[in-house]
Design a binder for this molecule. Structure first.
Ligand code: ZN
Ligand code: ZN
Length: 352
């Protein structure tokens, strides 16, 4: 095996990235070296690629970014116990310390000393990557590589939906990106009674509908949608899953939430904004839940059950597949405001 590999590197503290040859990483004692089969582009990667304010303050260059992948284990570190050569894995991207209060009380995903794959350490937009054993999730050999690669964001949607207890409830999913689309599919699979989906892009609203949304609302063209939802649900939906996070989404979300309803926040606003706590939460008796990452590893088991049994079909949300060598083209599409896309998967062997 040559000691060089192709990797997507953030070399400059500016927009863009470079696809260049670098050394294959050496796994540390508690890590495995994996050969990437497929990887996918996340919102976080778009931030890093376009070099927004958050990236400027968080990312140290040079760095290989990317964190959503599936891969084959080709080397194991000396302290690795349960992951073996040849295992087909996906990566949990939250790397926990395993010693802090959160880690020791069943909440590793909220570790106080958390580092994130492809953000704080080198990631997986490369032919090979070193991944801590604790972050390896073993896949069944039958799981298609494009689906295996997107389990990390699918896990975000699964965790959001499962914490929100949507069964037999009328719910609203705000946002129309891939994780909102996944949330539509998972909510449908676990028994939501009626799903409203609020978004802005016809291309993406259509994907959410194919994933399971009953009613799509384009908030840029439809007027009086808040009144309409309150009217149709006799006072508001039982649950709001906010996958957008901006001020308008949060405002709409609380406006369409019934009293004593549950508002689950996953979307992240780019800047802090003013929020009416008294009317939105206190007087409404609202239950507010925050979601970060995936429950390690309860969410992964739940997701496996949904995928194994065919209860969720995620294919409609994968809008594009590219060979990894077209990485820059794929990132340009992912960050384009002119051409719509949903989940973009990059394949290492283009013939697959
Ligand atoms: Zn991601
Ligand atoms: Zn910890």
């Amino acid at each position: 095996m040559s000691d060089k590999m192709l990797a997507a590197l953030k070399t400059k503290r500016a927009a863009g990235a470079e696809l260049i040859e670098v050394n294959i990483p050496q796994p540390k004692p508690d890590e495995v070296l994996v050969k990437i089969k497929a990887c996918s582009i996340c919102g976080t990667d778009k931030h890093i690629y376009t070099w927004d304010k958050w990236s400027q303050s968080r990312i140290k260059t040079p760095m290989i970014f990317g964190h959503e992948c599936c891969a084959e284990v080709v080397e194991v570190g000396s302290h690795v116990k349960n992951v073996k050569m040849g295992d087909y894995i996906s990566a949990e991207t939250h790397i926990p310390c395993q010693y802090c209060y959160q880690c020791r009380t069943g909440n590793m995903h909220l570790c106080q000393n958390l580092s994130i794959l492809g953000v704080d350490i080198n990631g997986i937009f490369a032919e090979y990557a070193a991944i801590p054993e604790i972050c390896c999730w073993k896949n069944d050999s039958s799981l298609p590589i494009d689906v295996a690669s997107i389990q990390e964001p699918l896990g975000n949607a699964t965790y959001t939906v499962m914490e929100s207890r949507v069964q037999a409830k009328k719910i609203a999913i705000i946002g129309d990106g891939p994780i909102a689309a996944f949330a539509c599919g998972i909510s449908r699979a676990v028994g939501a009674a009626k799903i409203y989906n609020l978004g802005m892009m016809p291309f993406n609203l259509d994907i959410c509908r194919r994933m399971g949304a009953d009613i799509s609302i384009n908030v840029t063209t439809e007027k009086k949608y808040v009144e309409r939802i309150i009217d149709e649900t006799d006072g508001g939906v039982d649950v709001v899953l906010d996958m957008a996070g901006n001020k308008n989404a949060v405002t709409d979300g609380f406006n369409i939430l019934r009293r004593m309803g549950t508002f689950t926040a996953f979307g992240i606003a780019s800047e802090p904004f003013e929020f009416d706590m008294a009317n939105n939460v206190v007087f409404k008796g609202a239950n507010v839940i925050g979601i970060s990452g995936r429950k390690m590893f309860e969410t992964w088991y739940q997701l496996k059950n949904l995928l194994d049994t065919g209860k969720v079909d995620v294919k409609p949300a994968i809008s594009h597949r590219f060979p990894f060598t077209d990485f820059i083209k794929a990132m340009d599409l992912a960050t384009s405001t002119a051409v719509p896309s949903a989940k973009i998967v990059l394949l290492m062997s283009p013939e697959i």
